[in-house]
Design a protein. Structure first.
Length: 305
């Protein structure tokens, strides 16, 4: 936080979990595959943690992770991307990682202000954005709200944005709450507790390195240890989408649980006719992790075109 006396809104409740979370994050960061520097940027909404990689004079590229996924989720992509860009992997403020928020984020405009202050501190005039899930929602939102600062946008399995996934999320939340109530009452439940893998796709099996990342996320993802400081990733209106001038690419994994990827692709292209889109075979919700080579190649080709 910019002020040590200001309470962190999304602070982890348990000191033991907080220590485990910090240690797990640092283990991941030590395995960052390329030379990097850490930056902590003070903003109106708190302190933002950024990992910068790649040549300082290369075109800037900002990476925005999925909900609670932290910047560590890009460990599987940064080596390829930093060969072409100055990559800034950001811990989205209000969602854990090493960023800490001190004011509530209530609307998209708040995130636009946060982005603007972050860019100014990093010396970024204009950058391309790559976002996954919640990060994809923020990336396209920023292309609309601050078009002068966004060159191109790549969205990977966006949350909300083009189609509401509220009904599916509601079922997942209600199911999780019901299960906890039954367990607390001493009743056995047939369905296992949710895991990171079970929320990302069908029959997802992590590699050992992916499992390390999943263990970091699971420390706070399903146990109420952290209350995120975030807004709901709502659908962006068709009128607003048509005004976006930054070229945009949509990548969808065909093993997506939040929605039907083919249906979202159809809706997205109908609502944003200039959008480029493709489906990545075999990719789950964190497609850049599931199929890093294919996703990296798509990102680089699109941004360098």
């Amino acid at each position: 936080m910019s002020d040590p006396d200001v309470q962190c809104i999304e602070a982890i409740k348990s000191a033991d979990v907080r220590a485990q979370y910090s240690a797990a994050y640092d283990v991941q960061l030590k395995k960052w595959p390329v030379a990097h520097e850490e930056r902590f940027v003070s903003t109106h909404f708190g302190r933002t943690h950024v990992i910068a990689s790649g040549a300082a004079d290369a075109p800037p590229l900002v990476l925005l992770h999925a909900f609670q996924a932290t910047a560590m989720v890009w460990r599987f992509n940064v080596e390829a991307l930093s060969g072409h860009f100055r990559v800034y992997a950001v811990d989205i403020i209000g969602q854990g990682g090493k960023s800490t928020s001190s004011r509530p984020l209530k609307r998209r405009g708040d995130f636009a202000q946060w982005f603007s202050e972050l860019f100014n501190a990093l010396g970024i005039v204009r950058a391309s954005l790559v976002g996954n899930s919640y990060g994809a929602f923020l990336a396209l939102s920023m292309a609309s709200l601050m078009p002068e600062r966004v060159s191109r946008v790549v969205m990977i399995n966006p949350a909300g944005t083009f189609a509401s996934f509220f009904p599916i999320m509601l079922r997942m939340v209600v199911g999780g709450v019901s299960q906890r109530i039954l367990v607390a009452a001493g009743m056995q439940v047939a369905r296992p507790a949710p895991s990171v893998a079970s929320t990302l796709g069908r029959d997802v099996v992590f590699s050992p390195e992916e499992a390390e990342w999943a263990n970091l996320v699971s420390l706070v993802a399903f146990n109420g240890q952290m209350r995120p400081n975030a807004i709901w990733p709502a659908m962006i209106s068709s009128a607003e989408l048509r005004k976006i001038r930054a070229p945009a690419l949509l990548l969808l994994g065909d093993n997506e649980l939040l929605y039907n990827p083919q249906e979202v692709l159809r809706r997205a292209q109908a609502r944003m006719p200039t959008l480029e889109a493709r489906i990545i075979p075999g990719a789950f919700h964190i497609a850049a992790m599931a199929k890093p080579n294919e996703v990296n190649a798509s990102i680089i080709e699109f941004l360098q075109r």
